[in-house]
Design a protein around this ligand. Structure first.
Ligand code: NAI
Length: 212
């Protein structure tokens, strides 16, 4: 079964399953029941069974789940069995932090180049990269096999940049700019917004104080 019919709520939980199953493998644990998985992951056992049934039921009665098979299968569903080439646009504080994090590459997402519009930034060395002129984005994308653009620029100019990226065939945008981007249907935007997350934390803290 393709992953088309899986609900977004389940998809959003898959990376967490993938991470916990990976940690079990690191500890040489190869078999786990939904109850045990529930204890470590924090979802109910019935939620886990329901979620994992979406992919053809890896669990066997009395055996539990084969951790490696499940980890591989969830990895495949998430598209982690392939490699992605990315470019990063906006080599400022956030862009540099992302470019410096080696975990993304280990997970199969390789940043190939960094771009910036500020002449003071162009030519700077950041990790293994020389920051390139953002005027060169289209040329670079056309000459290299780029799948994903990581957007670390302010909201002004973000839509223009995205239009340019789309025009050269970029199909995935990891967007850190605080703006809702408009893209054609076949282009996927995944927004990351730390401020929204922080506001959720603030709300939950407030709510918890009020309950006392
Ligand atoms: P920064 O000012 O350190 O870096 C931004 C860089 O983008 C600068 O080097 C600038 O020259 C470059 N730039 C601006 N417009 C550009 C364009 N059209 N094309 C190419 N390069 C361009 O800012 P910082 O702290 O790195 O933040 C960047 C953006 O990310 C901000 O707009 C901020 O709102 C957003 N941000 C989002 C977060 C999130 O969770 N989504 C968290 C932190 C920042």
């Amino acid at each position: 079964m393709g992953s088309k019919n899986i609900s977004m709520a389940v998809i959003r939980r898959l990376p967490k399953y993938h991470r916990y199953l990976g940690e079990l493998l690191d500890k040489d644990i190869h078999r786990i029941s939904s109850k045990e998985l529930s204890e470590i992951i924090g979802f109910t056992a019935s939620q886990i069974r329901q979620d994992l049934n979406n992919f053809g039921g890896f669990g066997q009665q009395g055996y539990g789940y084969n951790v490696e098979a499940l980890h591989n299968e969830i990895g495949k569903i998430l598209g982690l069995d392939r490699k992605y080439n990315a470019i990063l646009i906006g080599a400022g504080n956030l862009g540099q932090a992302i470019a410096n994090y080696s975990g993304f590459r280990k997970a199969g997402f390789e940043v190939k180049a960094l771009f910036d519009a500020n002449p003071k930034m162009i030519g700077l060395k950041i990790r293994d990269f020389e920051v390139l002129d953002s005027e060169e984005i289209e040329k670079y994308v056309e000459e290299h096999n780029i799948d994903i653009a990581i957007l670390c620029i302010p909201k002004n100019g973000a839509q223009d940049t995205v239009n340019r990226l789309v025009s050269v065939g970029i199909k995935g945008i990891w967007n850190f700019a605080p703006i809702d981007l408009e893209v054609p249907k076949d282009v996927i935007v995944e927004n990351v917004n730390l401020t929204e997350s922080l506001f959720t934390l603030s709300y939950l803290m407030k709510e918890s104080e009020e309950e006392l």
